[in-house]
Each structure stands twice: as C-alpha cells, then as structure tokens.
Design a protein. Structure first.
Length: 117
C-alpha cells in the first residue's frame, strides 16, 4: 500500500533513495500504480493514487506530479503534465484530491503550499 503524499514509495527516486531505473523500484512502482494498491483508483478522467485522508475514488495531483517526475521517458512525463492541466477543474490550481470520474469534484486547493502552480 502506498499513499499519495510525500514521502511515499512512488517518490523514492525523487527523494534520492534510489535511481528511477532501479529494478526493485520499477517493480514497486508497477504495484503502486495498479489495483494491487488499495489506494489506487481508476476512472474516466484519470487513474492514480489517493489516500485515506480523502474520499474513496479521489486521487491526488501530487501523486500525478510524482508519477511524471519519476517517469523514465519523455512521453510519460508529457502525459502526466497534460493530465495535471486537464484535471484542474478550470481553476488553474492543483487540488488535494479529485474524483477520478469528475475532476470538478475536488477537495481543497493546496497548490500554493505544495508549490505546484
């Protein structure tokens, strides 16, 4: 199980604990970003990691950002950037969490404190 916040297993390379291409990290990443993680949610708008601190089926922008920051290829990084923009609910801000089926349903605006603007 991995939570959307930092520190997290997904953030391990970002935090300097391992390389992005470390085989153990890549295996862990595959599990984190799958139904094997009870906080992984998938919907019509997005799929990623949520938390016990937000409603079920809500994922966090910070987890999307970390998925992009720790991606191995440029296409995956661009995909995460595009998804961040597409799921801001028209606010031009990142939110704590949003519904995987409807990004207009979200919890608090926290982008300023996370430096994601």
């Amino acid at each position: 199980m991995d939570d959307a916040n930092i520190p997290s297993l997904l953030a391990a390379p970002y935090l300097g604990f391992c390389a992005k291409d470390d085989p153990i990290y890549l295996a862990t990443r595959r599990t984190i970003l799958s139904q094997g993680n009870p906080y992984y949610y998938q919907g019509n708008a997005a799929a990623n990691i949520g938390s016990s601190h937000t409603p079920e089926n809500y994922i966090w922008h910070i987890a999307l950002a970390l998925q992009g920051l720790t991606a191995l290829d440029q296409d995956s990084k661009k995909e995460m950037l595009d998804l961040l923009v597409a799921t801001d609910a028209g606010t031009h801000l990142m939110h704590e969490g949003f519904d995987v089926n409807d990004p207009y349903q979200y919890t608090r605006d926290v982008s300023g404190s996370l430096g994601l603007t």
